[in-house]
Design a protein around this ligand. Sequence first.
Ligand code: ZN
Ligand code: FE
Length: 249
Amino acid sequence: MKEETTVTSPLQIHMFPCLQDNYGFLVRSPDTGETACIDTPEVDKIVLALEEKGWTLTHIWNTHHHWDHAGGNLELKKLYDLKIIGCEADRKRLPGLDIGLKDGDHFNFAGHDVHVMETPGHTIGHIIYHIPSAQAAFVGDTIFALGCGRLFEGTPEQMFDSLAKISALPDDTLLYCAHEYTLSNGRFALTVEPDNQALIDFMAKAKTRRANNLPTIPTTVMAEKLANPFVRANSAERLGAIRKAKDNF
Ligand code: ZN
Ligand code: FE
Protein backbone atom coordinates (compact mmCIF):
# COMPACT_ATOMS: atom_id res chain seq x y z
CA MET A 1 0.00 0.00 0.00
CA LYS A 2 1.15 3.47 -0.82
CA GLU A 3 1.77 5.63 2.18
CA GLU A 4 0.07 8.98 2.21
CA THR A 5 2.45 11.88 2.60
CA THR A 6 1.65 15.47 3.36
CA VAL A 7 3.74 17.91 1.40
CA THR A 8 3.91 21.43 2.70
CA SER A 9 5.12 23.76 0.00
CA PRO A 10 7.33 26.70 0.92
CA LEU A 11 5.49 29.90 1.74
CA GLN A 12 5.56 32.65 -0.86
CA ILE A 13 6.63 36.09 0.35
CA HIS A 14 5.86 39.22 -1.66
CA MET A 15 7.19 42.61 -0.63
CA PHE A 16 6.24 46.03 -2.02
CA PRO A 17 6.80 49.67 -1.06
CA CYS A 18 4.05 51.63 0.71
CA LEU A 19 3.76 55.27 1.82
CA GLN A 20 7.07 57.18 2.05
CA ASP A 21 9.39 54.42 3.25
CA ASN A 22 7.27 51.52 4.57
CA TYR A 23 7.14 48.02 3.15
CA GLY A 24 4.05 45.92 2.75
CA PHE A 25 4.43 42.13 2.94
CA LEU A 26 2.18 39.31 1.80
CA VAL A 27 2.78 35.73 2.94
CA ARG A 28 0.89 33.00 1.09
CA SER A 29 0.60 29.26 1.13
CA PRO A 30 0.36 27.79 -2.37
CA ASP A 31 -1.25 24.71 -0.76
CA THR A 32 -4.24 26.37 0.87
CA GLY A 33 -4.27 29.83 -0.71
CA GLU A 34 -4.28 31.42 2.73
CA THR A 35 -2.67 34.85 2.50
CA ALA A 36 -1.57 37.11 5.33
CA CYS A 37 -0.44 40.70 5.10
CA ILE A 38 1.93 41.91 7.74
CA ASP A 39 0.52 45.22 8.96
CA THR A 40 -1.66 47.53 6.89
CA PRO A 41 0.44 50.55 5.90
CA GLU A 42 -1.50 51.50 2.75
CA VAL A 43 -4.76 49.84 1.73
CA ASP A 44 -4.61 50.76 -1.99
CA LYS A 45 -1.10 49.33 -2.38
CA ILE A 46 -2.06 46.13 -0.55
CA VAL A 47 -5.18 45.63 -2.68
CA LEU A 48 -3.17 46.29 -5.84
CA ALA A 49 -0.49 43.77 -4.81
CA LEU A 50 -3.18 41.16 -4.10
CA GLU A 51 -4.85 41.78 -7.47
CA GLU A 52 -1.56 41.61 -9.34
CA LYS A 53 -0.82 38.25 -7.74
CA GLY A 54 -4.39 36.95 -7.92
CA TRP A 55 -4.32 36.31 -4.17
CA THR A 56 -7.13 36.76 -1.63
CA LEU A 57 -6.40 38.17 1.81
CA THR A 58 -7.35 35.89 4.71
CA HIS A 59 -5.27 37.30 7.59
CA ILE A 60 -3.68 40.45 8.90
CA TRP A 61 -0.76 40.03 11.30
CA ASN A 62 -0.17 43.28 13.17
CA THR A 63 3.21 44.07 14.72
CA HIS A 64 2.10 47.20 16.60
CA HIS A 65 -0.56 49.87 16.82
CA HIS A 66 1.03 52.80 14.93
CA TRP A 67 -1.13 54.16 12.09
CA ASP A 68 1.37 53.13 9.42
CA HIS A 69 1.01 49.52 10.66
CA ALA A 70 -2.61 49.12 11.79
CA GLY A 71 -4.27 52.13 10.10
CA GLY A 72 -5.68 50.06 7.23
CA ASN A 73 -7.06 47.21 9.36
CA LEU A 74 -10.75 48.12 9.29
CA GLU A 75 -10.86 49.10 5.62
CA LEU A 76 -9.27 45.78 4.61
CA LYS A 77 -11.59 43.89 6.93
CA LYS A 78 -14.52 45.40 5.00
CA LEU A 79 -13.03 44.27 1.69
CA TYR A 80 -12.04 40.71 2.63
CA ASP A 81 -13.28 37.92 4.87
CA LEU A 82 -10.24 37.92 7.12
CA LYS A 83 -9.00 37.52 10.69
CA ILE A 84 -6.74 40.03 12.41
CA ILE A 85 -3.98 38.73 14.68
CA GLY A 86 -2.03 40.95 17.07
CA CYS A 87 -0.79 41.46 20.61
CA GLU A 88 -3.48 40.79 23.21
CA ALA A 89 -1.99 43.47 25.49
CA ASP A 90 -2.64 46.04 22.76
CA ARG A 91 -6.18 44.91 21.96
CA LYS A 92 -7.61 48.40 22.61
CA ARG A 93 -5.21 50.00 20.16
CA LEU A 94 -5.43 47.46 17.33
CA PRO A 95 -8.56 48.16 15.26
CA GLY A 96 -10.63 45.03 14.54
CA LEU A 97 -8.35 42.63 16.41
CA ASP A 98 -9.80 39.08 16.38
CA ILE A 99 -7.06 36.92 17.89
CA GLY A 100 -4.83 38.31 20.63
CA LEU A 101 -1.48 36.62 21.23
CA LYS A 102 1.32 36.94 23.74
CA ASP A 103 5.02 36.20 24.01
CA GLY A 104 5.82 32.54 23.34
CA ASP A 105 2.55 31.78 21.56
CA HIS A 106 2.60 29.68 18.40
CA PHE A 107 0.00 29.37 15.69
CA ASN A 108 -0.35 27.28 12.60
CA PHE A 109 -0.53 28.98 9.21
CA ALA A 110 -1.31 26.51 6.43
CA GLY A 111 0.86 23.85 8.02
CA HIS A 112 3.66 26.25 8.98
CA ASP A 113 4.48 26.98 12.60
CA VAL A 114 4.57 30.71 13.42
CA HIS A 115 6.25 31.86 16.64
CA VAL A 116 5.16 35.07 18.31
CA MET A 117 7.65 37.08 20.34
CA GLU A 118 6.90 40.24 22.27
CA THR A 119 9.61 42.81 21.55
CA PRO A 120 8.72 45.96 23.51
CA GLY A 121 10.75 49.15 23.13
CA HIS A 122 9.41 51.02 20.10
CA THR A 123 5.94 50.48 21.59
CA ILE A 124 4.65 48.37 24.45
CA GLY A 125 2.79 45.48 22.88
CA HIS A 126 5.03 45.20 19.83
CA ILE A 127 5.22 41.63 18.55
CA ILE A 128 7.19 39.92 15.82
CA TYR A 129 6.37 36.81 13.81
CA HIS A 130 9.04 34.17 13.25
CA ILE A 131 8.40 31.41 10.71
CA PRO A 132 11.20 28.82 11.07
CA SER A 133 10.18 26.91 7.92
CA ALA A 134 10.65 30.09 5.86
CA GLN A 135 13.75 31.22 7.77
CA ALA A 136 11.92 34.52 8.06
CA ALA A 137 10.86 36.95 10.76
CA PHE A 138 8.57 39.94 10.34
CA VAL A 139 10.03 42.38 12.80
CA GLY A 140 7.95 45.55 12.37
CA ASP A 141 9.68 48.59 13.86
CA THR A 142 11.80 46.74 16.44
CA ILE A 143 14.93 46.21 14.36
CA PHE A 144 15.90 47.86 11.08
CA ALA A 145 18.90 47.16 8.90
CA LEU A 146 21.71 48.92 10.82
CA GLY A 147 19.25 50.43 13.29
CA CYS A 148 16.38 49.95 15.71
CA GLY A 149 13.03 51.59 16.34
CA ARG A 150 12.74 54.82 18.30
CA LEU A 151 11.86 54.32 21.94
CA PHE A 152 8.39 55.90 21.89
CA GLU A 153 6.98 53.87 24.78
CA GLY A 154 9.61 51.46 26.07
CA THR A 155 12.93 51.74 27.87
CA PRO A 156 16.47 51.05 26.65
CA GLU A 157 16.36 47.92 28.85
CA GLN A 158 13.30 46.62 27.02
CA MET A 159 14.80 47.33 23.59
CA PHE A 160 18.07 45.69 24.67
CA ASP A 161 16.18 42.51 25.63
CA SER A 162 14.10 42.64 22.45
CA LEU A 163 17.18 42.91 20.22
CA ALA A 164 18.79 40.06 22.18
CA LYS A 165 15.76 37.88 21.39
CA ILE A 166 16.13 38.66 17.69
CA SER A 167 19.89 37.99 17.82
CA ALA A 168 19.13 34.58 19.30
CA LEU A 169 17.27 33.50 16.14
CA PRO A 170 19.29 31.41 13.66
CA ASP A 171 21.95 33.51 11.91
CA ASP A 172 20.47 32.97 8.46
CA THR A 173 17.00 34.20 9.49
CA LEU A 174 15.75 36.82 7.04
CA LEU A 175 14.57 39.92 8.88
CA TYR A 176 11.73 41.68 7.12
CA CYS A 177 11.89 45.20 8.60
CA ALA A 178 8.91 47.50 8.07
CA HIS A 179 10.85 50.53 6.81
CA GLU A 180 13.60 51.31 4.30
CA TYR A 181 15.85 53.29 6.65
CA THR A 182 19.14 51.59 5.84
CA LEU A 183 21.14 54.43 4.31
CA SER A 184 20.35 56.96 7.04
CA ASN A 185 20.85 54.30 9.72
CA GLY A 186 24.16 53.38 8.15
CA ARG A 187 25.40 56.97 8.04
CA PHE A 188 24.79 57.16 11.78
CA ALA A 189 26.18 53.67 12.46
CA LEU A 190 29.46 54.72 10.83
CA THR A 191 29.85 57.48 13.42
CA VAL A 192 29.64 54.79 16.15
CA GLU A 193 31.92 52.21 14.51
CA PRO A 194 33.84 53.96 11.70
CA ASP A 195 36.32 51.08 11.32
CA ASN A 196 33.82 48.20 11.28
CA GLN A 197 34.55 46.52 7.94
CA ALA A 198 31.27 44.56 7.93
CA LEU A 199 29.40 47.85 8.34
CA ILE A 200 31.45 49.56 5.62
CA ASP A 201 30.74 46.66 3.24
CA PHE A 202 27.04 46.56 4.15
CA MET A 203 26.73 50.29 3.41
CA ALA A 204 28.53 50.01 0.07
CA LYS A 205 26.10 47.28 -1.03
CA ALA A 206 23.09 49.19 0.31
CA LYS A 207 24.10 52.33 -1.60
CA THR A 208 24.31 50.39 -4.85
CA ARG A 209 20.95 48.74 -4.26
CA ARG A 210 19.22 52.03 -3.42
CA ALA A 211 20.84 53.74 -6.44
CA ASN A 212 19.17 51.01 -8.53
CA ASN A 213 15.88 51.50 -6.69
CA LEU A 214 16.15 48.06 -5.03
CA PRO A 215 15.23 47.32 -1.41
CA THR A 216 17.90 46.60 1.19
CA ILE A 217 15.34 44.48 3.07
CA PRO A 218 15.35 41.69 4.11
CA THR A 219 18.54 41.77 6.13
CA THR A 220 19.76 38.80 8.19
CA VAL A 221 20.44 38.14 11.85
CA MET A 222 24.10 37.51 11.04
CA ALA A 223 24.52 40.76 9.09
CA GLU A 224 22.98 42.75 11.94
CA LYS A 225 25.14 41.06 14.56
CA LEU A 226 28.18 42.13 12.56
CA ALA A 227 27.15 45.65 11.57
CA ASN A 228 24.24 47.04 13.62
CA PRO A 229 25.51 49.22 16.52
CA PHE A 230 22.28 48.74 18.50
CA VAL A 231 22.54 44.96 18.31
CA ARG A 232 26.25 45.21 19.11
CA ALA A 233 25.73 47.41 22.19
CA ASN A 234 26.87 45.32 25.17
CA SER A 235 24.53 46.91 27.73
CA ALA A 236 21.17 48.63 27.93
CA GLU A 237 22.95 51.82 29.06
CA ARG A 238 25.12 51.76 25.97
CA LEU A 239 22.11 51.11 23.75
CA GLY A 240 20.27 54.01 25.40
CA ALA A 241 23.20 56.34 24.77
CA ILE A 242 23.47 55.31 21.10
CA ARG A 243 19.69 55.67 20.67
CA LYS A 244 19.81 59.20 22.12
CA ALA A 245 22.68 60.13 19.81
CA LYS A 246 20.74 58.78 16.82
CA ASP A 247 17.64 60.77 17.80
CA ASN A 248 19.76 63.93 17.62
CA PHE A 249 21.76 62.93 14.54
ZN1 ZN B 1 6.03 52.26 14.54
FE1 FE C 1 6.46 52.29 11.35
